[in-house]
Ligand binder design. Structure first.
Ligand SMILES: *[C@@H]1O[C@H](CO)[C@@H](O)[C@H](O)[C@H]1NC(C)=O
Ligand SMILES: *[C@@H]1O[C@H](CO)[C@@H](O)[C@H](O)[C@H]1NC(C)=O
Length: 176
């Protein structure tokens, strides 16, 4: 019985890890239909405040590269609208930037005057994201309708990996 429960525990962990593995980030187009622009006084602060960014999300800057660009800068330069030493510069007019770290990611348009007129963006990835539906929803039933003895061995084999999985799971829980 204990072994069976352990095996089921491993299966549960595998299912949860599988969910992590297949989860894809959201893609957000900055400014929605307006894009990345100085026209229309887009409130990019409000735009980002209405989103809950998570690791793996991709933000897309769409703009006319003749008139704008995207520069990632540090906080002080974001505040001062100083784009003289950006962390990175994007100029294609259709820049997809993956957000892979927690905390703030600051972007400005490096064309003189544009940041001052509001073309600046702060993407903040919170350390503890709100719970996802996958955790509150019941887990889906196993693929095999009635678990027969032949269905057990693959999971039992995974028992040897249990310490690794637990460690990985713990790390995810701590740092997600
Ligand atoms: C912009 O930042 C650079 C250093 O990153 C500094 O040398 C320069 O004086 C700043 N310009 C203004 C206008 O603050
Ligand atoms: C921007 O690139 C994405 C793919 O990365 C594409 O789907 C989209 O149509 C492009 N938009 C423009 C305006 O080129």
């Amino acid at each position: 019985m204990r072994m069976r429960m352990a095996a089921e525990g491993v299966c549960l962990i595998v299912v949860v890890l599988g969910w992590f593995g297949v989860s894809k980030g959201e893609v957000y187009k900055v400014g929605d239909s307006a894009g990345w622009t100085t026209i229309g006084n887009i409130d990019y602060k409000l735009w980002s405040a209405t989103k809950t960014f998570q690791l793996g999300d991709v933000i897309v800057f769409e703009y006319n590269p003749q008139f704008h660009n995207v520069m990632q800068v540090v906080h002080s330069e974001y505040k001062a609208c100083n784009a003289s030493s950006p962390i990175s510069t994007h100029t294609t007019g259709n820049d997809s930037i993956a957000i892979n770290t927690h905390g703030h990611h600051f972007f400005v348009c490096g064309v003189p005057g544009h940041c001052q007129s509001g073309q600046k963006l702060d993407i903040n990835v919170l350390r503890s994201p709100s719970p996802t539906p996958s955790f509150s929803a019941p887990l889906p039933p196993p693929a095999v309708p009635s678990p027969s003895p032949s269905a057990a061995p693959p999971c039992l084999q995974l028992r040897r990996l249990l310490p690794n999985f637990l460690l990985f799971y713990l790390l995810i829980t701590l740092f997600a």
